[in-house]
Design a binder for this molecule. Structure first.
Ligand code: PLP
Length: 394
């Protein structure tokens, strides 16, 4: 059976992580894999998460199956967190999934069930998994213009021009905030334009929000998504608790559907449950139980929000430091984009040769395409990053 298989290509991000691990240089710097690190270089377990986990270990009565939709209290709370105050809230249904990755695939399968001829439009560039996950579900994938590498900003007019061509067979996949990989987010004016076009042209907005709370704040980061949810008849959302609860390995996320009415949303949820039944069947419980507890106990929730704000503040502080140290070293504003971008990542526009030189000469590891994980930096590493970037001609 398996002798017919060709060896698959290596995942570029994971192979970079292995190369970093095997590099003996003590001052090496990992700007690759997308995890948040504190000033000690650790991806911490958040205090509220640890407290909730300890309490659950002592009080949870059973480890019996949770059911196809997962933890319904989690589903409700995570929906409230995203949609509270919007017209779509009352017409929504959610299912807990193994991370946003699971949600992306379940929603892709749902779309393929409802409309197999649909085309999913993703940004150029987009999160590496968007294309394979959508294609894995049998959907056609096309790209809309997004990042202008010369300005390091979103090319909003080119993006809007492409979106203005979409119709009822199209799905528009948007990043809710903190665009991965570029760090460049669309303006509120563009969210407004996209909302108007979705209503008029009838395409389905699909929002992937994996970094809520890592940009401008928990509430602020949902602003664009809420504009859509307030106006469009239908919409789907994939959300993640990997980053904002630090629950990466617990695989915690949700797929949310807004329908034309509640019955349609619930019908879509029943379809996702059937699709889940044919794959992983039920999501893992631990992470979702922790999130449900935190979101429903005011003291834990306040502690979580405070710590999340601290993480967000740290990322934006690192961004400000990069800007000021690059300004001091170059007497120019050409690295100001680090301060304009939001979330963990920034695309730097460095070529493959420059990335190789950074790795060889400075032990600085950046993934192909030039995406830097700002949230993995330490304050002490910044001068070396500035030196390395300038030495390779950035
Ligand atoms: C844009 C985007 N969507 C989804 C995911 C998947 O997140 P999860 O860990 O919840 O599966 C990520 C993770 O990096 C991401 O960046």
């Amino acid at each position: 059976m398996f002798n017919r298989l060709e060896a698959p290509g290596q995942d570029p991000i994971l192979s970079l992580a292995l190369a970093f691990r095997d590099d003996p240089r003590p001052d090496k710097i990992d700007l690759g894999i997308g995890v948040y690190r504190n000033s000690e270089g650790v991806t911490p377990i958040m205090t509220a998460v640890r407290k909730a986990a300890v309490e659950l270990a002592q009080t949870q009565p059973s480890k019996s199956y949770v059911g196809l939709a997962g933890d319904e209290q989690f589903n409700q709370s995570i929906t409230d967190l995203l949609l509270q105050g919007t017209a779509g809230h009352a017409r929504s249904a959610a299912i807990q999934t193994p991370g946003a990755s699971g949600a992306l695939r379940m929603l892709a399968d749902l779309i393929a069930t409802a409309r197999p001829e649909a085309t999913v439009w993703i940004s150029r560039p987009s999160y590496v998994n968007h294309q394979p996950v959508m294609e894995g579900a049998g959907l056609t994938v096309r790209e809309y213009p997004y990042f202008d590498v010369s300005t390091k900003q979103v090319d909003e007019s080119a993006m809007l021009e492409q979106i203005s061509q979409l119709g009822p067979d199209d799905v528009l996949l948007l990043h809710g905030c903190c665009h991965n990989p570029t760090g460049a987010d669309i303006s509120m004016e563009s969210w407004q334009r996209i909302t108007e076009m979705a209503v008029k042209q009838g395409f389905l907005p699909f929002v992937d929000i994996a970094y809520q709370g890592f940009g401008d704040g928990l509430h602020e980061d949902g602003s664009g998504l809420r504009l859509l949810a307030d106006a469009v008849p239908e919409m789907v959302i994939a959300t993640s608790c990997s980053k904002n609860f630090g629950l990466y390995r617990e695989r915690t996320g949700a797929a949310i559907v807004i329908g034309e009415d509640l019955a349609q949303a619930q019908k879509a949820k029943a379809h996702i449950q059937r699709l889940a039944r044919g794959t992983y069947t039920m999501p893992p419980d631990h992470g979702a139980a922790i999130v449900a507890k935190i979101l429903n106990e005011p003291a834990l929730r306040a502690e979580w929000e405070q710590e999340l704000n601290g993480m967000n503040g740290r990322i934006n502080h690192l961004r400000a430091e990069l800007v000021s140290q690059f300004r001091a070293a170059t007497d120019s504003d050409r690295f100001d984009y680090f301060g304009q971008h939001r979330g963990m990542f920034s695309v730097t526009g460095l070529s493959a040769e420059q990335l190789q030189q950074l790795k060889d000469d400075f032990g600085i590891y950046v993934v192909a395409g030039g995406r830097v994980n700002v949230a993995g930096l330490s304050e002490q590493a910044i001068p070396r990053v500035v030196e390395g970037f300038l030495a390779v001609g950035a």
